[in-house]
Design a protein. Structure first.
Length: 145
């Protein structure tokens, strides 16, 4: 303060990030954001919703291998974290639609950058090896008691 008046200066990018993340360091904020997006299905769900809203059944059909339980769980988490909006229409039977929030739509550039990166470097990264491993895995079957 000078002469009883406050002077404000522009915040650096690091200071802005720290402020937006509740005072946490940028690395902590980055890891917190990644935690919201990682997992086997979250990115897949967000990618599927990138173009338009979808109903639950449409998401099930669009994401091979996901179970109804896992889709429900992941959608609830994405909704809780403010990345997906769930709209229930008062109809019989009820119609429910899921769509990206503005925060998630702002990730489009990130997803497009990852897609471009994978297309550019996919051969050297041997991305198909992970797909082959997923296909070879046997589903875990639980015994009934």
């Amino acid at each position: 303060m000078t002469n009883g008046t406050s002077q404000s200066r522009p915040l650096s990018e690091s200071e802005e990030t720290t402020d937006l993340c509740g005072g946490a360091q940028p690395r902590v904020c980055f890891h917190a954001a990644l935690k919201l997006l990682t997992g086997k299905w979250k990115a897949e769900i967000l990618w599927t919703l990138r173009e338009d809203k979808r109903r639950f059944g449409e998401l099930m059909r669009a994401i091979p291998g996901i179970t109804q339980h896992m889709l429900t769980t992941q959608l609830r988490e994405l909704e809780r974290h403010g990345l997906v909006t769930r709209t229930v229409f008062p109809e019989v039977p009820p119609r429910v639609e899921y769509e990206l929030t503005q925060a998630a739509r702002d990730l489009r550039i990130v997803f497009e950058a990852i897609r471009h990166w994978s297309e550019t470097h996919g051969d050297s990264l041997n991305l198909q090896a992970d797909d082959a491993e997923d296909e070879d895995e046997e589903p875990v079957r639980r015994r009934r008691a």
